[in-house]
Design a protein around this ligand. Structure first.
Ligand code: ZN
Length: 281
C-alpha cells in the first residue's frame, strides 16, 4: 500500500465563495493529499443572507450544493445541510420563538428533501453550545429531535453541533435512541478526542484536528473521523484549522509510524458506515 492510494477525508468543512477562498481552499486540500470532503451549509448571515421564511432555505442550501458541485471537480465532495442551532436562537430573537421554531422546522424538512433527491448525504442540526433560556433550550432540543426523525425517514446521518460538556455524549446518545436514530448515525461535529467514551455510547465523534487531538484519539482507538471545521471566513482566518490540516496530520502520523491501515479505518471505513457512501479513489 502506498501513500498515494490512501483516501483522506475531512468530515466537516465550509466553503464561502465570494467571501472566502472558496474553491481555492479545496485545491489546497487536494494538493496536500485530501481526497474526500463533506461540505456543510453555513448559517445564513455568513452567506450575507437573511432568513425571512423557510423558503429562503432553498436559496441557502442551493449555495452549499453549488459549492459541492464545484469542489467535485477537484475532490470527492458531499453536501451536509441543515440549520445551525445558533441560527434558531438568532431568528427567535428577531421574529419570536414560535415563528422561528416553525421556520427552522420547515428548513430542516427542506434539507431532508434535498437528501431524498440525492443532493446532500446528511443533515445538520444541534443545540446551542452556550447558555440560553430554558425555553430556547427546550425548543432547540425539540428541533434536534425532529432532525433525528427526518434522518430516520431518510436513512441518513446527522451531524450535530452541540455543547461539549461532561455528559453531552451520553445525552446525545440517549436522545438518538429515543428517536430511533442509531447513535452511530449521530455524528458529533467539533468533537474532543473522546473516542472511547463515544464508542461506549455508540455515537460517532468527528474529531477536530487541533494540536494533539489526533494523537489522543489514536491512543483511544480508531473509531472516529477527522475534521477541520474550516470556515472560509476572511475575517477570522485563524479561527479554525486550515484546509491542509487533515491530510498534513495524517501523513505526519504515518511518517511517525502509525500504520496506514489505521487511516483506512478513519478516512474510508468509518465515513462509509456513518454516511452510507462509498469512499474510493
Ligand atoms: Zn462548521
Amino acid at each position: 500500500m502506498n501513500d498515494s492510494r490512501l483516501p483522506i477525508t475531512d468530515d466537516h468543512m465550509h466553503l464561502n465563495p465570494g467571501r472566502g477562498r472558496g474553491i481555492e481552499a479545496i485545491k489546497e486540500f487536494r494538493n496536500a493529499g485530501g481526497t474526500h470532503v463533506l461540505i456543510v451549509s453555513l448559517p445564513a448571515d455568513e452567506y450575507g443572507m437573511t432568513i425571512r421564511s423557510a423558503q429562503d432555505y432553498y436559496v441557502l442550501y442551493d449555495r452549499t450544493i453549488d459549492t459541492v458541485r464545484q469542489a467535485n471537480e477537484y475532490v470527492h465532495a458531499y453536501g451536509v445541510i441543515g440549520v445551525h442551532p445558533a441560527e434558531f436562537i438568532g431568528l427567535a430573537g428577531s421574529m419570536g420563538i414560535e415563528p422561528a421554531y416553525a421556520v427552522v422546522r420547515e428548513g430542516l424538512e427542506i434539507a431532508a428533501k434535498y437528501v431524498a433527491e440525492g443532493k446532500a448525504i446528511a443533515l445538520k442540526s444541534g443545540r446551542p453550545h452556550y447558555p440560553v433560556s430554558p425555553e430556547l433550550w427546550e425548543r432547540s432540543n425539540r428541533l434536534m429531535r425532529y432532525a433525528m426523525d427526518l434522518c430516520v425517514d431518510q436513512d441518513c446521518a446527522l451531524q450535530l453541533h452541540t455543547e461539549s460538556e461532561p455528559g453531552t455524549f451520553a445525552s446525545i446518545s440517549a436522545i438518538a435512541r429515543e428517536q430511533n436514530l442509531p447513535p452511530w448515525r449521530t455524528i458529533k461535529h467539533f468533537s474532543p478526542p473522546a473516542v472511547r467514551e463515544c464508542e461506549s455510547l455508540n455515537v460517532f465523534p468527528s474529531v477536530i484536528a487541533g494540536k494533539g487531538a489526533l494523537e489522543q484519539a489514536l491512543s483511544e482507538g480508531t473509531r472516529f473521523m477527522l475534521e477541520t471545521d474550516y470556515c472560509d471566513d476572511p475575517v477570522r482566518p485563524g479561527a479554525v484549522l486550515g484546509p491542509k490540516t487533515v491530510p498534513r496530520k495524517t501523513k505526519e502520523a504515518i511518517r511517525n509510524g502509525v500504520p496506514e491501515e489505521v487511516f483506512y479505518k478513519i478516512h474510508k471505513e468509518n465515513p462509509e458506515k456513518c454516511y452510507g457512501i462509498k469512499i474510493d479513489l
